[in-house]
Ligand binder design. Structure first.
Ligand code: DUC
Ligand code: ZN
Ligand code: ZN
Length: 496
């Protein structure tokens, strides 16, 4: 057999195993794993020099080219995916947003047009449903599925996106019926609004009061409510960007009861603290996200515990970049003194850049610090997202038949400790919240479908924008609805 490429001398890590073997690749697909695979002079050889090889990262929560709170995204599809590939992510799933009063499919098509032929990674979309009309539920969800969009995100907060509990139930029922995965942003809208008004009345408007307005309780209550709504209709749900210990405990408890509740956390909740929002001047605005960074160090311990013990299904960046400076070099948040007096927290767009750093941070802070195993890393970084969002086993693992999306790491003796610096990153944003953080390594080589796409020795992106492909997704292969008598409250099956 003639391979195009053989990757030799590596230890292949999957969510289940690690095996020292070669990887034989043909036409961008892994054909076989084996010892001493044969190759002739036409075959390209990559020597992994004894390092680990993990599947390309699947970042299932990124915002690219999406404008929020009136602020422009700092990334278009080229810069966002250029950042992704440089950090070992070979697949991204971003959001297409339905505007209230409008349909879903035109939004999906418009986002698709933005991304087409522009990306360095493979890509797909989730649809954000802000207006769950009968037409959406009956007609548009099937059209989305046909297009390859098999997941929706819904919000319990933000005036322009928020659904009430009844609407959440409608979406959950439609999702259960069609096999779609529902992602939920769980924060209590009324508490946030009430707190914000009260803070404003008292003149407490600096960036860190974003955190004051959204204490952990805001997340705890909405997470518990979302889980209850899921239980009423026996519908699977993924709670996105979980930041705190009580929310994690509710999720853990639901999982222990056998409910199909999945959850996601992000690098910033594992690694950054609320003090970041208190940086001098307006710098704290750089670390405003929702849910906010937490102050109690125990919150971060619980996030790492949940990553290690399986409470968290996926580890996503929630890359939601807006620039700190506008084109004229003025601070964005202070730019409009009428709309934004004194840099009012209410007007700071929520979200942090993180698509470049997600995988290196999980590798360095998780695996190399002994908090998680290499297998758990693969599960959180690639496999579970691929399974949950219908991309497995094309994506998310290293196996015959899977795309040859690979990240090659340095062996211990050759590791390269580095300091994260904005000037070294390939995303479009003008800052990183991890500036100055020391990490122990960065991917040495990243392959997309059998082709070298990023060289970590020179920190160079080598593939071209447009080489990424659109991924039409299938359905989740993680456990779905329980569907048994235990699932029905008081014996009532609302789907019959
Ligand atoms: N939700 C997200 O998913 N990302 C950024 C901000 C937000 O509220
Ligand atoms: Zn969200
Ligand atoms: Zn997000």
């Amino acid at each position: 057999f003639q391979f195009d490429l053989v990757v030799k001398n590596g230890t292949v890590v999957t969510a289940a195993d690690q095996v020292a073997c070669d990887i034989g690749i043909k036409d961008g697909v892994i054909v076989c794993l084996g010892k001493d695979l044969p190759h002739d002079s036409n075959c390209q050889i990559i020597d992994a020099e004894g390092g680990y090889i993990t599947p390309g990262g699947v970042d299932s929560h990124v915002h690219i080219g999406q404008s929020a709170s009136g602020a422009r995204s700092a990334d278009n599809w080229t810069t966002g995916t250029r950042g992704a590939i440089s950090g070992g992510t070979t697949t991204v799933i971003a959001f297409a947003v339905q505007a209230k009063g409008k349909q879903v499919m035109p939004a999906v098509e418009a986002y698709y047009d933005l991304a087409k032929d522009q990306t360095h990674t493979d890509y797909s979309f989730h649809a954000i449903i802000s207006d769950p009309t009968q037409d959406v539920v009956k007609n548009e969800i099937p059209k989305m599925i046909e297009f390859g969009v098999t997941s929706v995100k819904i919000y319990m907060t933000y005036p322009l996106l928020k659904l009430n509990d009844r609407q959440v139930l409608d979406i959950l029922c439609a999702a259960r019926r069609t096999g779609v995965t529902t992602m939920v942003h769980a924060e209590n809208a009324d508490i946030i609004d009430w707190m914000t008004e009260n803070l404003i009345e008292r003149g407490m408007v600096e960036p860190w009061h974003h955190g004051t307005s959204r204490p952990p309780l805001v997340e705890t209550e909405a997470t518990n409510r979302a889980i209850c709504l899921s239980e009423v209709v026996d519908a699977p749900m993924l709670i996105v960007h979980v930041s705190s210990k009580e929310a994690t405990a509710h999720i853990r408890k639901a999982q222990t009861r056998g409910l199909p509740i999945y959850s996601e956390t992000c690098p910033h909740y594992a690694l950054l603290t609320a003090e970041k929002m208190q940086a001098p001047g307006f710098e704290g605005a750089k670390c405003v996200c929702a849910p906010p960074l937490r102050s109690d160090p125990q919150e971060r311990e619980v996030i790492w515990e949940g990553l290690a013990n399986g409470t968290f299904t996926v580890f996503s960046s929630d890359h939601a970049p807006t620039n700190y400076y506008d084109a004229q070099g003025k601070q964005l948040g202070l730019k409009d003194p009428v709309k934004n007096p004194r840099g009012h927290f209410k007007h700071i767009p929520n979200g942090l850049p993180g698509v470049c750093t997600r995988t290196p941070l999980l590798w360095s802070e998780g695996v190399l610090k002994g908090r998680i195993s290499p297998q758990k890393f693969v599960e959180l970084n690639s496999t579970n997202a691929a399974k949950l969002y219908g991309l497995y086993p094309k994506k998310g693992t290293i196996a015959p038949g899977s795309d040859a999306d690979l990240v090659i790491w340095r062996p211990e003796k050759a590791r390269k400790a580095l300091t994260i610096k904005q000037t070294d990153l390939h995303h479009g944003a003008d800052y990183t919240p991890y500036e100055g953080m020391e990490i122990q390594d960065w991917p040495k080589l990243v392959l997309l479908r059998g082709k070298i796409a990023y060289d970590g020795e020179t920190n160079t992106v080598l593939n071209k924008a447009g080489e990424g492909q659109y991924l039409k997704r299938g359905f989740s292969t993680l456990p779905g609805p329980r569907g048994n008598s235990a699932a029905w409250i008081n014996g009532f099956n609302p789907h019959e």
